[in-house]
Write a protein that binds this ligand. Structure first.
Ligand code: RB5
Length: 147
C-alpha cells in the first residue's frame, strides 16, 4: 500500500468505536499512516485519556494531524486542547472545518459520534486533511499567539 507521507492519530471513547471504522477505512484508502490510540471496544472509558493520547502524539511530532471523537465531541475536545501546541476544533459542518484549517491552523479535528452520521464524519475528515492553512499574515500572527 502506497503512503502519502502523513500520519494521522485517532483517539476516541466507547461511543465512537463503531463510528470511527469508516474514517479509518477512508484514511487507509487515501494512504495516510494511522496511529490508532484507542479505545478499541464499546466498553465504557474516560474520554480525556484518549484526547491526551492524541495531543501527545501531535506535540511529540509522531503525528501530523489528529482526530478525536466522543459522544458530542465536547469533552474530548476540551481535554485535547489542554495540551500546549494543540489546536483542536470541534466541527459539525463543512464550513467550520474549512475555517478551522484556514484561519486557526487546527491540527486536531473533534467529532461527535452521537451528533453526526458516519458518512458526514468522513466528509469532514476529508475536508480537514485537504484544506491548507492561510498564508495571510493576520491569521499567522493570531495563530502564533495560541502557541
Ligand atoms: C459518554 O457518555 C459521553 O459523556 C462522552 O462521550 C462525551 O459526549 C462527553 O463529552
Amino acid at each position: 500500500m502506497k503512503t502519502n507521507g502523513l500520519v494521522v492519530a485517532i483517539g476516541n471513547d466507547h461511543t465512537a468505536y463503531e463510528f470511527k471504522q469508516p474514517i479509518i477505512k477512508f484514511l487507509h484508502t487515501e494512504g495516510y499512516q494511522i496511529l490508532d490510540l484507542g479505545t478499541n471496544s464499546s466498553e465504557p472509558v474516560d474520554y480525556p485519556n484518549f484526547g491526551f493520547n492524541v495531543a501527545n502524539a501531535i506535540v511529540s511530532k509522531k503525528a501530523d494531524f489528529g482526530i478525536v471523537i466522543c459522544g458530542t465531541g465536547i469533552g474530548i475536545s476540551i481535554a485535547t486542547n489542554r495540551i500546549n501546541g494543540v489546536r483542536c476544533a470541534l466541527c459539525y459542518e463543512e464550513e467550520i472545518v474549512r475555517l478551522a484549517r484556514l484561519h486557526n491552523d487546527a491540527n486536531v479535528l473533534a467529532l461527535g459520534a452521537r451528533i453526526i452520521s458516519d458518512y458526514k464524519a468522513v466528509e469532514l475528515v476529508k475536508l480537514f486533511l485537504n484544506t491548507k492553512t492561510s498564508d495571510e499574515k493576520r491569521h499567522q500572527l493570531r495563530v502564533a499567539k495560541l502557541k
